[in-house]
Design a binder for this molecule. Structure first.
Ligand code: PLP
Ligand code: COI
Length: 363
């Protein structure tokens, strides 16, 4: 039904993989290479609404070559994680926030919004089915990727009449390999990520397609991630290719760019603002320019900077490079404020600290 009361039909199958083989994969999963056995799917058809909610063995899709998503990129996605708890159980973290952002993304891309309770239920159902795939190692988790594609087969440019919503899951370790204490950023001057009125605050595949040339440039320059500036003045720091950014000052205060419509409203960003304030720290949501960043890093007024996101968790930034700049933050390694916020967040997500804000959704 379109009212969100669709119940899931379960079609589980024995894992095609021996438990020992799965355990070996869980030891060192990397990021996004390994997928679990099942997927959740729900279909939408104009006139009929949402129907056919299923947990089924993961399999390939069959699409007409004229399918809307293949031509006009009408696609949105989410990123979230399931964590192991000390008692062996599992939990999601703020799935309602991902559901709400998915609705906002759907509206921006003129797609049928999925009822938010159905979004949360689909993720829960998949994690329950594939719970043996949640890694137990410290820092590891089960990454969940809900997404939706336009499935009408038509070349006319208009919102699709039909959609396929799907959730897949992937056991993951840390996003950045190499285990360096801090990452190096490349300041993108040739490319911007999002302009006012564009799709910057939606989580749509097109934003990431548009970021790839900038990320490739960063990689060529020996950097780990790209940092984007605003599209109008090319001065204000917005975010990284797949993470939000925070700055930490000598006086102990924090600052992060405001949600002006061109950056992704990160759930990690939102959670860290709350946790930092709980710890008694001042947090400002105010614009910060790249010139000021360099000046403050060089004078020592800025002591730390870090990236944050579901995949990246909290990742210290050690160096910033660009066509005309090259500066180091602090001693170029991990700082104490980032370390404290990361530990505070992970302790809640892994059930080691009280869940004061009601963020956990235990399965
Ligand atoms: N910004 C971008 C562009 C992202 O891709 C992500 C990751 O999802 C984030 C920020 C952080 O968002 P969240 O904390 O909700 O994962
Ligand atoms: C996430 O953190 O969920 C993202 O979508 C970022 C991406 C770089 C994996």
């Amino acid at each position: 039904t379109s009212g969100g009361r669709e119940t899931f039909l379960f079609e589980t199958h024995p894992s095609p993989m021996a438990a020992s083989e799965r355990e070996a994969l869980l030891q060192n999963p990397g990021f996004g290479r390994v997928l679990t056995d099942h997927m959740a799917t729900i279909r939408y058809s104009e006139g009929r609404g949402w129907h056919d909610a299923k947990i089924e063995p993961r399999k390939a899709f069959e699409l007409s070559p004229s399918t809307v998503v293949l031509h006009y990129a009408q696609e949105i996605f989410e990123g979230m994680k399931a964590y192991r708890l000390p008692d062996g159980g599992a939990t999601l973290f703020r799935p309602d926030a991902n559901a709400r952002r998915f609705t906002n993304s759907a509206n921006r891309l003129a797609m049928a919004p999925l009822p938010e309770d159905l979004f949360v239920e689909s993720v829960r159902a998949l994690v329950r089915t594939d719970r043996d795939w949640i890694p137990a190692a410290e820092g590891a988790s089960l990454y969940l990727r809900p997404f939706m594609i336009a499935t009408e087969a038509i070349l006319g440019v208009k919102p699709s009449s039909d959609y396929l919503y799907c959730v897949i899951a992937s056991p993951v370790g840390s996003y950045f390999k190499g285990g360096a204490p801090a990452v190096t950023l490349w300041v993108s001057e040739n490319y911007t990520r999002a302009a006012p009125g564009g799709t910057g605050e939606a989580k749509c595949g097109g934003n990431y397609a548009a970021s790839l040339a900038a990320q490739a440039e960063a990689t060529r320059e020996g950097c780990d991630q790209v940092v984007f500036l605003d599209a109008v003045e090319k001065r204000w720091i917005e975010e990284l290719g797949g993470m939000n950014v925070f700055f930490v000052f000598e006086d102990g205060s924090l600052q992060t760019p405001p949600l002006t419509g061109t950056i992704l409203p990160g759930i990690t960003r939102d959670s860290l603002i709350t946790l930092a304030r709980d710890l008694g720290l001042t947090v400002r949501e105010e614009p910060y320019s790249i010139d000021q960043w360099q000046a403050d890093a060089e004078s020592g007024r800025l002591t730390e900077a870090f990236a944050c996101g579901t995949a990246a968790v909290v990742t210290p930034i050690g160096k910033v490079k660009g066509r005309t700049r090259n500066f180091t933050i602090g001693d170029g390694g991990a700082g104490p404020v980032a370390a404290r916020l990361k530990a505070t967040l992970l302790d809640i997500q892994n059930g080691r600290a009280p869940d004061r804000h009601g963020w956990l959704d235990r399965l």
